[in-house]
Each structure stands twice: as C-alpha cells, then as structure tokens.
Design a protein around this ligand. Structure first.
Ligand code: PXP
Length: 254
C-alpha cells in the first residue's frame, strides 16, 4: 500500500503577534510565509480573528496575492468573516470557534450544537469553490455531523493530547491519543479528508505523522518559537523532517 503524502501547513499568526507588539510593519507575516514555503511548507495558514490581535485584513489579502502555495483562511463563522473570505477566495477556509477572552483556540467547534447556524456557511463556501474544513475534537458525534454538513475536510484539534503530554499526564494523554486514532479512522470512513493541528511540536508531529488517515498538519506557535533560535527556514525543515520520520513508521497503523 502506498503511503499517502503528509502536507505541512505553516501558521504565521504569531509573526504578526510580534509585529503588532510595536504596531509597526516588521516582522512581516507575508515574508515569513514566503520563507516557510521556500523551506518546504506545503501551504500557509492564518487566522483572521474578530479582534485582529495578530493577522489583519491586509495580511490576508497580501498572503493570497503573494504566496505560491494554498492559503488556509481560519475564521469564526460570522457574517463579516464570510464576506471577507468570499472576497479573498482562499484555497480553504477552516471554521474555528472563537471567544474574545481566550488566549488561543481552546476547543473544537461544536458542529452538533451549531448545526443550523453552520449549514448555510458551509454551503455558501462550498458553492464558492472554497474547501471547507471544520476544526473539531475527535468526537464521533462531531465527526458524523461534519460529514452530514457536507464539509469535505475536518481538522482534528490535537490541543488536549499535546497539553496532557507536556503536563506529564500520561493516562489522559493516552486516552486523548486513542480518541485521535479512532476519530481519524471514523472520519476517513465517512468520506472526510482529515487534517490535524494545535499545540504540535517536533515530538508530537512525529507521532501523529504515523496515522495514515491524516494528510495535513497545521502548525504555528512551536515553529515560530523555534525560529528564534535556529531561524525560520531551519525550524520549518526540522518540522518537515520530524513528520517524515513519523510517516515512515505509519505501517504500524495500516
Ligand atoms: N489549526 C487550527 C485550526 C488553529 O486554530 C491553530 C491555532 O491557531 C493551529 C492549527 C495551530 O496551532 P499552534 O499554533 O498551536 O501550532
């Protein structure tokens, strides 16, 4: 059986976080995106938050104009974001939950509870030829509802698993890992393309790369942080290498 390729999407939000700390123009997230692509990224992810705390509207427009690889536009399901994404025409839109007071995207989107509100969003984006991805936890009911909503892609939220590993909570980590393994299988059998992301580092990216159902990882914070020490091109190459090492062991799960 041939090994499905595993794409790396580099999230450049936190280059913009640093830029905004001084309200200036550097470091430029678009320059970071171009460099990440040169170093081997297969796509670029950016999250236009309602409060514009990192990526701004003009960043998104420039990313779309200037990068040669697919743009994954993360956003909340609001009328304003729908309008901006339809005007930007990215390759993909990843719908995420958003609360103003959170530090980062803390949990998955509740597609079961918000089915009625989400259905027209997914339909509108599908009609515009934009690939819709739903950022959800690896919960069977959420996965089944994502398929019913006719989103072609889900992104599994890996934050709970990664946090448990970092905190040394081994039992919780193994429960969360099993949920990801089972969820990826269920999603693929429901006809969904499966991505994953949030909180991944070299170690967890290598582990999750061994799941054959997963074809894309979206990684930001750790890669941008590592760039302070080794440079962005090197941190992207190191992440790619970790994923490739993990992918080679994927037979275990076939
Ligand atoms: N995928 C989604 C949908 C996200 O919201 C985020 C965080 O913005 C990521 C991936 C990347 O997470 P991290 O920055 O922790 O690598």
């Amino acid at each position: 059986m041939s090994i499905p390729p595993l794409r790396l999407g580099v999230n450049v939000d936190h280059v913009a976080t640093l830029r905004n700390a001084r309200a200036g123009t550097t470091p430029d997230p678009v320059r970071a995106a171009l460099l990440a692509i040169e170093a081997g990224a297969d796509g670029i992810t950016a999250h236009l938050r309602e409060d514009r705390r990192h990526i701004r509207d003009d960043d998104m427009a420039r990313l779309k104009r200037e990068i040669s690889k697919p743009l994954n536009f993360e956003m909340a399901a609001t009328a304003d974001m729908l309008r901006i994404s339809l005007a930007t025409k990215p390759h993909a839109v990843c719908l995420v939950p958003e609360r103003r007071e959170e530090l980062t995207t803390e949990g998955g989107l509740d597609v079961v509870g918000q089915h009625n509100a989400l259905a027209p969003f997914v339909a509108r984006l599908n009609d515009a030829g934009i690939r819709v991805s739903l950022f959800i936890s690896a919960d069977p009911s959420q996965i089944e509802m994502a398929a019913k909503l006719k989103a072609p892609v889900i992104e599994i939220h890996t934050g709970a698993w990664c946090d448990a590993l970092v905190d040394g909570k081994t039992e919780k980590a193994s429960t969360e890992w099993q949920r990801i393994v089972d969820g990826a299988k269920l999603a693929q059998s429901a006809g969904l393309e499966v991505h994953a992301g949030h909180g991944l580092d070299y170690k967890t990216a290598q582990i999750i790369a061994a799941l054959p159902q997963i074809v894309e990882l979206n990684i930001g914070y750790f890669t941008i942080g590592e760039a302070l020490f080794v440079g962005l091109a090197q941190s992207v190459r190191d992440m790619r290498a970790a994923m490739d090492r993990g992918r080679k062991t994927l037979q275990v799960y076939l």
